[in-house]
Design a protein around this ligand. Sequence first.
Ligand code: GLV
Length: 396
Amino acid sequence: MNRLSRSVQAPRVLNIEDLRHRAKRRLPRVVFDYIDGGAEDESTLRANCRAFEAVTLRPRCAVATPACDLRTTVLGTSVSMPLILAPVGSCRLMFPHGEEAAAHAAGEAGIICTLSTLSGCRLEDVATASGGAVWYQLYLVGGRDCALAGIDRARKAGFSALVVTIDTPVAGFRERDLRNGAKELLTGKLGPMLPFASQLLVRPRWLAAFLGDGGLMRFENVVILGKGPMLYADVTAALEQSVVTWDDLKWIRQAWNGPIVIKGIHTAEDARRAVDTGAEALVVSNHGGRQLAGVAPTLRVLPEVVSAVGDRIEVLLDGGIRRGSDVVKALCLGARAVMTGRAYAYGLGAAGGPGVSRAIEILHADLMRTLKLLGCPSIADLDRTYVDAPREWFSK
Ligand code: GLV
């Protein structure tokens, strides 16, 4: 076990917050804040986490549950637990070959990994690194032809579902990125870069790994005809070109004959539209509080969405998952599984693949312990009777 792997083991790292601290120590501020930050005053980011505190657990005590079954299926794929790695852009800035490292950890753990369009590793290499089920997340950056080429590659590489993110007509106002000079650092010009360069220089180990990995990543899966992979753009600029409309979903549906997962659902109305487009799953998601500030936390709107479409489509949720008990609460309120982005991105930033594995292991152990303490024999048995949630959450 090398130094980085050791640094994320117990007792130093017991929970996701510990991984967050480790990531903060290893990464330059501009990279750490890209993972950690949200839009505007970050109140939605915090609210996503706090919403889990409003739901309390109702254990059945004096029940023996020697072996709890954490397995479930998502879109027909059998998984070791109801956790999916969410698409996270720019993982290759967090650790060399970051997306491959994350996919490998997910594959080893028997869970699904979702690759972002805004990734630095070739999607074929990510599928190989996983060896298990992988989903491809689609942004329309680069335009329709470029997206069609990406979809075709994803199909050939064996990605089993297409995740279409619909909440990025423009990037959220991510104040940390602006203050850290995310844009200036990408100009390649000394003048604009200089005021922000020290944050890279004070992380020499990260810098050496970054340079050893070829320096600034490109968007390897956004191949512009006649030009090759798109040069890295800061995410604000990339998301600006990423708007997806319900009309686009029609041609996407034609182009992809596997399951489609629509990510970025906040209301029952949009959930019904997702069903109408022929999607097989949706993700109740506010992009981890990174897009529109002031929307409701995802757990808060989950009951509304489940009651509207839960019998017609698989409902997933992301936002604020930091503990296994959070996963349990989301499942009790009707989610089939959850996605998590930051929890594993902290692990990746802290220690690469072993950090991602540690994040998954922490959530797995949490889940097992929570089920045992609840007196619940399996994931399949979780339902509303295991939680108390505010009554007004069910009024729509
Ligand atoms: C990309 O999707 C981001 O939220 O930064």
